[in-house]
Ligand binder design. Structure first.
Ligand code: IMP
Length: 200
């Protein structure tokens, strides 16, 4: 495993929720982080078939464009009763307007049509992180958190599908949870801890 020696890292995402969470997780390290959008780097098309493949192509794209190491996150909500959807299409379910009220409604409607039940269905979040260098070296890590879905959505903290996800052994949604509490248990934190153990 390669160690990150550089003191500057590009966060290869335009998603401000992810930039915020990754910057928070990296705050205790002596490393300067900069978002890809600030550097004028576009987002590549996500042509991968897995979270890891998509994280890797995004990290490589930014690392090469910036000539700096880059960290990318590909993540999403997996609902087994919907055959794993929205999965790697989680962002795309929100449409070009990135409307997650609409995306959460779609999950609710699809569940109703398929199972006749909405709240209580099992779900998990997955986060794949890829750390890439401009020379093409990459490392990928994956974290998961299991829980159940809850409708109607609750809470306005967090982002994306947080208001409909209750993590296992909790009774509030990620949307109702403080960032520090979410960071202790989230899929992103689990992937991040592996990254730290291996690359820092
Ligand atoms: P992508 O990785 O850019 O394809 O987008 C993943 C999408 O999954 C995000 O836009 C969110 O909607 C959703 N997602 C990923 N992680 C989280 C999370 O921690 N909370 C809520 N939604 C998430």
């Amino acid at each position: 495993m390669r160690k990150l020696k550089e003191k500057k890292l590009v966060l290869a995402t335009h998603n401000q929720g992810k930039v915020r969470e990754l910057a928070d997780l990296l705050a205790r390290f002596d490393i300067q982080v900069v978002g890809a959008e600030k550097l004028g780097i576009d987002e590549p098309e996500e042509t991968g078939e897995t979270f890891k493949e998509n994280a890797k192509l995004k990290a490589l794209h930014s690392a090469r464009a910036a000539s700096l190491p880059a960290l990318a996150d590909d993540s999403g909500l997996v609902v087994p009763a919907l055959d794993g959807q929205p999965g790697i299409y989680s962002a795309r379910w929100a449409g070009p307007e990135k409307n997650f009220t609409l995306a959460m409604k779609k999950v609710e409607e699809e569940l109703l049509a398929k199972t006749g039940d909405t709240s209580g269905n099992l779900a998990h979040f997955v986060c794949a992180l890829s750390l890439a260098w401009p020379d093409g070296t990459t490392m990928e890590f994956e974290g998961k958190i299991h829980g159940i879905l809850n409708f109607p959505p609750r809470g306005n903290k967090g982002f994306g599908y947080d208001p409909i996800f209750i993590p296992k052994d909790h009774d509030i949604t990620f949307g109702e949870m403080d960032a520090t509490a979410k960071h202790k248990i989230s899929h992103r934190a689990k992937a991040f801890n592996q990254l730290i153990r291996n690359a820092f």
